[in-house]
Write a protein that binds this ligand. Structure first.
Ligand code: MSP
Length: 656
């Protein structure tokens, strides 16, 4: 019997603790391209993503925000510009979305936990060790690196509590076999890391419950314990299909998963803990875990705490969703890390999309409009010049498929763009404008050249559809491709496009980006977003130490009037004030406030100064006192306001 064509793909479920950045988008876009590709091939696809909503981190953040954990996660998942909105923006075609706070999932996790307990694979003990809150990970002393979390490098807390443990040690051998002797984990380079760093040093049993917080799935047979968030999270891949719940009923159809896409730092959970727990549950193992690399910024991992995250909203709004999706998968090899930069994003858009693909479409459709009034005649005349282009286009799907099956998106796209480059070269070689000078003699040849260009564009368009679905629909409309010649099957059949196709030159599919202008705008937008994320107002901490009244009274504060104010030469900061302090003698004070005030706007103002400080020389001038000002920080920017008094108060009046 022919194998049923079905395909189950998942992304990790995301923590709704912070806003998602372009790094999170990377994995979801890759999974989406894969899901669309498989659907195009005729597979019955289940594409799952979701959110991982329990754990101490969420509980703490909700407390800081003064709301319940459920309100906190609801807002980040389903609120404006939340995770659901982001996937809509990125045109993600997931078939299902799981939230680990969904009732059916919670109840199923309780049953799963009980099953492993009844089997003896979960037992009660006492946990003494370290816990990294941001990663929700337990560590032993020996696993810490320089005393810090080996994953994120942050401080860990001491943790000691009564807890349940999963007998991970029992499964060390079968998990090692799985990793070493099958293709379960890819890329292969990640296998050595897992085996050498985690399995060979000895797999310890895993702490799988907590009692120090409550925001989690309760262990129903032992109140006070909540299930460790990773156990809760990993089983999402099966509860979302209906395992131990009535909400869905696709478990038998789709489990085991064909592939879990996960970032490299969570490969440990997916390739060691996950198969061990499935073995304990006597469930089939997923066919593959693919550990992709990270998008880096300036060589480091993006993270909100480092303030170096890239906002997908800004990029998608500016360049379009398809261009951004394409860039992510065209530029970085999926299995390795890649350095994100605005420059490489813009360059990919300009070179591949605007120049190579966009020009091919607009030149070809414009030429058919100009030379044939928009409709190709059926006459044909081939030439040896056609052979290479035709061969490359006809064999493209097979090469592309080979790469896609290995999740080598970058290689698959490189093949498509080789053919697009070949088609542009073919325009130069065949010089249609020269042929058009004598339509009577060259009409059939010119029609053949045009057809070959349109047909090559069509095949490339089909194969680019999983990456840029909306733009490819527009491309097909422009080249006059019917529904049947937009399909996977048609991509392997040269000549699917109607011989008398009627293309229309439409809007520019990928407008060229002005590099300088776009970079300036992106920097401004990133700066504005960075500032908006900072606390709106911050003031200096209050001084704890007391000052006695007599000491305070020794400070002589007086009202002064500004007679003159000029910038100090060669100083960017200092202004020199000539002040009336009521004594009849001018007083000179220098103040480092040139970035906040223009000197002329201060003349005539009534200010406050302390006048019995010892004189100080600044830039060769005496400063006899100090003007009082109020300072605070607003969205990370220092602000200063001179203390200005009512002009009715005479110079020299004492402030007390
Ligand atoms: N909740 C867990 C996953 C549980 S799966 C059962 C988690 N969530 S996460 O929100 O922190 O990360 C989700 C995914 O985003 C991970 O695969 C992670 O590797 C990925 N990325 C986060 N930053 C990234 C980059 N800068 N680049 C690429 N992917 C990165 O982990």
């Amino acid at each position: 019997m022919a194998e049923e064509k079905k395909f189950y793909i998942t992304t990790p479920i995301y923590y709704p603790s912070d806003k998602l950045h372009i790094g999170h988008t990377y994995c979801t876009v890759a999974a989406d391209a894969m899901a669309r590709y498989k659907r195009m091939q005729g597979y019955d696809v289940m594409f799952l993503t979701g959110t991982d909503e329990h754990g101490q981190k969420i509980e703490d953040k909700a407390k800081d925000a003064g709301i319940t954990p459920q309100q906190f996660v609801d807002n980040i998942v389903a609120g404006p510009k939340g995770i659901l909105d982001l996937w809509k923006l990125m045109n993600i075609s997931n078939d299902r979305f799981i939230r680990t706070t969904d009732d059916y999932h919670v109840a199923a996790v309780q049953k799963i936990f009980k099953k492993m307990y009844d089997k003896g694979d979960i037992y009660k003990g006492k946990y003494v060790g370290k816990y990294c809150k941001p990663c929700e990970s337990f560590w032993t002393e020996s696993q810490l690196v320089d005393g810090k979390c080996p994953d994120c490098g942050r401080e860990c807390q001491d943790a000691e509590e009564e807890a349940y443990f999963f007998r991970l040690s029992k499964y060390a051998k079968p998990v090692q076999d799985l990793l070493e002797n099958t293709d379960f984990l890819e890329p292969r380079s990640r296998v050595n890391e897992m085996v050498n760093n985690f399995i060979k040093p000895g797999l310890e049993d895993l702490c799988v419950s907590r009692t120090s917080f409550t925001w989690g799935v309760p262990v129903d047979f032992d109140p006070g314990h909540v299930v460790y968030v990773w156990v809760d999270a990993l089983f999402n891949y099966t509860t979302a299909l209906g395992l131990l719940n009535d909400k869905y009923s696709d478990y038998d159809k789709f489990w085991p998963a064909d592939v879990h896409f996960v970032g490299k730092e969570i490969v440990r959970f997916h390739s060691i803990i996950w198969p061990a727990m499935l073995m304990s549950m006597e469930m089939p193992l997923p066919k593959k875990v693919y550990g992709h690399g990270w998008l880096l910024l300036d060589g480091g991992k993006m993270s909100k705490s480092k303030g170096n995250v890239v906002d997908p909203y800004i990029l998608a709004e500016k360049f379009g969703t398809d261009a951004l999706r394409f860039f992510l998968l065209r530029t970085f090899p999926f299995g390795s890390d890649g350095n994100f930069s605005n420059e490489s994003l813009i360059s990919t858009i300009n070179v591949d999309l605007a120049n190579d693909l966009g020009n091919l479409v607009s030149r070809t459709t414009a030429m058919v409009g100009k030379y044939f009034d928009g409709k190709l005649p059926a006459d044909r005349q081939s030439d040896a010049l056609d052979t290479e282009l035709l061969q490359q286009a006809a064999s493209l799907r097979e090469k592309y498929e080979g790469h896609m099956e290995r999740y080598a998106f970058q290689d698959a796209l490189a093949e498509v763009f080789k053919v697009i480059a070949r088609a542009n070269k073919y325009i130069d070689e065949t010089a249609p404008w020269a042929l058009a000078r004598d339509m009577e003699a060259n009409g059939a040849r010119l029609a053949t050249v045009m057809y070959n260009l349109l047909e090559t564009t069509r095949i490339c368009g089909v194969l680019l559809t999983p990456f840029m679905p909306e733009s490819m629909d527009k491309l097909f409309d422009q080249i006059g491709a019917c529904a049947a010649c937009r399909t996977w099957d048609s991509a392997a059949v040269w000549g699917s496009l109607s011989a008398t196709a009627a293309p229309t030159k439409g809007e520019n599919l990928f407008p060229r980006v002005d590099v300088e202008q776009a970079l300036t705008e992106l920097e401004a937008a990133a700066e504005a977003a960075r500032k908006a994320a900072l606390p709106p107002i911050e003031v200096e901490p209050f001084v704890e130490e007391r000052v006695d009244f007599d000491t305070f009274c020794k400070s002589d504060f007086r009202v002064v009037k500004v007679k003159n104010c000029v910038p100090v030469k060669k100083s960017a900061k200092l202004l020199c004030f000539t002040l009336d302090d009521g004594t009849g003698e001018d007083r000179q004070i220098l103040s480092g406030i040139a970035q906040y005030y223009k000197p002329e706007e201060l003349i005539g103002k009534t200010l406050a100064a302390i006048v019995n400080l010892p004189p100080r020389k600044m830039m060769g001038k005496d400063s006899c006192g100090m003007l009082l000002s109020a300072v605070h920080t607003e969205h990370g920017e220092e602000k200063l306001h001179l203390v200005m008094l009512n002009d009715a108060i005479p110079a020299g009046a004492k402030l007390c």
